[in-house]
Design a protein around this ligand. Structure first.
Ligand code: ADP
Ligand code: MG
Length: 259
């Protein structure tokens, strides 16, 4: 059975999409079959992964048509070298109006994935920078949530707001939902502030019975260079700091944890 991870933090620019792609590419090197699902109307992950999006081809099937029930999940899957991906749509932002039944709204993704992703080892859902219907769908469909955050106070605030949503999901409909951990991204270990904030994130994580991942992702211009070239971080430069950090993180989550 595929394990489903949501990558979430309603703060923008904290490395959610970068992390989603890097996890998928790194898991490929471990022989794992991964499905990426892009739920952000900005479609950053789709573009990073070289998927066809609806602004290039209006006939392409995206998560919008799938969530509103016009198309099956299988119709949206695009095969890339290292993983499969279903793109987002710029019109996903209007999903609230398209899903008219108020009770079933946040359950659409869960319903769609049920029994349909068994051929994958891991499903990774990228979410938008907001705590609305789309993120609710991701959190209800997920087994675990990974929270990328930058070592700044607004990111910390994002984490605690997201945690309230997770607690609600646990209380009402997803009892077993786990917070895998908080991932510090764009990290600069040399600054005093980073150290102080890391302690604050560790306190926040402890309150959620979770942790800050031991492996943090350093700030590294190779990330932007890889993205500009349309490559994942391992293809671009397998030895750069970000590739090393993401590889160590994948080991921490997917190898050490399951022992
Ligand atoms: N480790 C890193 N080092 C340097 N830049 C990074 C790193 N991780 C992400 N970025 C950059 O930060 C920006 C935001 O990242 P992104 O993954 O799009 O965040 P989000 O999906 O949370 O909005 C992007 O321009 C990306 O290239
Ligand atoms: Mg993003």
């Amino acid at each position: 059975m595929a394990k489903i991870y949501a990558i979430a933090n309603q703060k923008g620019g904290v490395g959610k999409s970068t992390t989603a792609q890097s996890l998928a590419a790194g898991l490929y090197d471990l022989g794992k079959k991964v499905l990426l699902i892009d739920l952000d109307p900005q479609s950053n992950l789709s573009v990073l992964c070289g998927a066809t999006t609806d602004d290039k081809d209006s006939n392409v099937v995206t998560m919008l048509e799938i969530l509103v029930g016009e198309q099956p999940l299988s119709a949206g899957i695009q095969n890339k070298d290292k993983y499969d991906i279903i793109p987002a749509s710029m019109f996903l932002a209007s999903i609230d109006g398209r899903l008219t039944d108020p009770i079933s709204k946040p359950f659409k993704l869960q319903e769609t994935l049920k029994g349909k992703v068994n051929k994958y080892d891991v499903v990774i859902i990228d979410t938008p920078p907001a705590l609305g219907t789309i993120t609710a769908n991701a959190i209800i469909a997920a087994d675990e949530v990974i929270m990328p955050a930058q070592a700044d106070i607004l990111s910390l605030q994002g984490v605690s707001q997201l945690y309230n949503t997770i607690e609600t999901a646990r209380g009402y409909c997803n009892k077993k939902l786990k917070v895998t951990g908080i991932l510090l991204t764009r990290y600069n270990e040399r600054t005093r502030l980073s150290k102080d904030l890391t302690l604050m994130f560790e306190n926040a994580a402890a309150q959620m019975s979770s942790k800050v991942f031991k492996n943090k992702i350093r700030d590294n211009t190779a990330v932007k260079e890889a993205q500009a070239k349309g490559e994942d971080i391992f293809t671009y430069d397998n030895k750069c700091n970000a590739a090393k950090d993401y590889r160590a993180l994948i080991n921490e989550i997917f190898v050490e944890e399951v022992k």
